[in-house]
Structure formats: C-alpha cells, structure tokens
Write a protein that binds this ligand. Structure first.
Ligand code: GAR
Length: 203
C-alpha cells in the first residue's frame, strides 16, 4: 500500500477534453496513485479552466502573451513549487517549454501528442495541423502517443501509443475527435496512473 498520492499539475491551453478525461479517470478509479492539485492555463479564455473549477481543482492563469519566455517559465515553476508538484502533465498545452525548464524535471513531465511519434510531430505540429498533415500524407493509420518531455519537441522517451484507423471521408475535425475518443482519453489517464505509481513507489 502506498503512503500518498503523487501531486499532479495539468497544463492546458484550450478546450480541455483531455483534462476532463483525467478528472473522470480519477473519479472512476483508473487514476489511484495521483491526484490533480492544480491546473495552469496560458490564457484566461481556456475552457479547461471551467472544467477544473467544476471539479473543485485550483486553477491559475499564466498569461504567456504578456510576458517573456523566461518570466513565463519562472512563474510556472514558482506555482509548481508552491503546490509541491511531483508530476507535470501537458494536456493540450500549446506552448513549447525551453530546455532550461524541461531539464529541471527529468521524466517528471509527460505530454499527449495526437499522432504516432515519430510521425507528424515536432515544432509546428499541434492540434488540427497534426491531423491535416496525416490526411495530406495519406496514411491509413494514425493515433496518439504519451511521452516524457525533454528539450526536443515531442522527442522524449515514449510511454505508450495507440493506433486509430483513418476512414475515407475524414476531415481533420472528424479525425481529431476519433483520435481523442479511441486513443488520447484512454492512454493519457493510464500513463498518469503508471508514472504516478512509479514516482511514489520509488520513495
Ligand atoms: C489534443 O488533441 C492534444 O493531443 C493536442 O491538442 C488537443 C487538445 O485538446 N495537443 C497537441 O497538439 C500538443 N502538441 P483538449 O484541449 O480538448 O485536450
């Protein structure tokens, strides 16, 4: 029996359906070894903030537009320290974090990417652009990847992946939804449970 739960912060930028999947997984018991203590958004209009508030989770906005990258990352780091965070989850967080930031949290930051890395990933591949690129290329299978975050965008060690078939009439929006439903919302909560468990079991 583990003594405590890993303290998790989720960083978001938009709708927050992955955050919702994490909240639901906590409630259903898929996530047992971690607890989301804080949600940080880089913009005040992120709907994810409302999802967090509804679930009784503390929220903070760190407005990227109004500050330098150095100030942005320092503000996030101070919040992570204030909340004693063990694990940082990027769930639809559309900002690239510098090596100075990621090097401080080796194998303590995870990200969900809406493709099978190493396809359609790296700088410039985010949100619907990823699905547009998969359709333009003509691949028949895509999916999602959860990986540790290091200084290379989408370049850290892969934790899990799940494949999703592309259908003949897919648009980027239809494909995005299918990849979320069939892959992201499943593998991200599972990975949070695994990594949280490993963090506290290693203490
Ligand atoms: C998700 O598909 C996520 O994988 C992707 O943005 C979407 C956010 O949706 N993230 C990236 O592209 C990061 N490179 P959500 O706000 O509803 O979770």
């Amino acid at each position: 029996m583990l003594n405590r739960k890993a303290r998790v912060a989720v960083l978001v930028s938009g709708g927050g359906t992955n955050l919702q999947a994490i909240i639901d997984a906590q409630q259903s018991g898929v996530i047992r070894s971690g607890a989301v203590e804080l949600v940080i958004a880089d913009k005040p209009e992120a709907y994810a903030l409302e999802r967090a508030a509804k679930a009784g989770i503390d929220t903070r906005v760190v407005p990227k537009k109004q500050m330098s990258q150095v100030e942005f990352e320092a503000t996030i780091r101070a919040l992570l320290e204030e909340y004693n965070i063990d694990l940082i989850v990027l769930a639809g967080f559309m900002c690239i974090l510098s090596g100075d930031f990621t090097d401080r949290y080796p194998e303590r930051i995870i990200n969900v990417h809406p493709a099978l890395i190493p396809s359609f990933c790296g700088k410039g591949y985010y949100g619907l652009k990823v699905h547009q690129a998969a359709l333009d290329y003509g691949v028949k299978v895509t999916g999602a990847t959860v990986h540790f975050v290091n200084s290379i965008p989408d370049g850290g060690r892969i934790i899990s992946q799940k494949a999703v078939y592309i259908e003949p009439d897919d648009t980027p929006e239809i494909l995005q939804r299918r990849v979320m439903e069939q892959a992201e919302w499943i593998i991200l909560p599972e990975a949070i449970e695994t990594v949280s468990h490993n963090i506290i079991a290693g203490e």
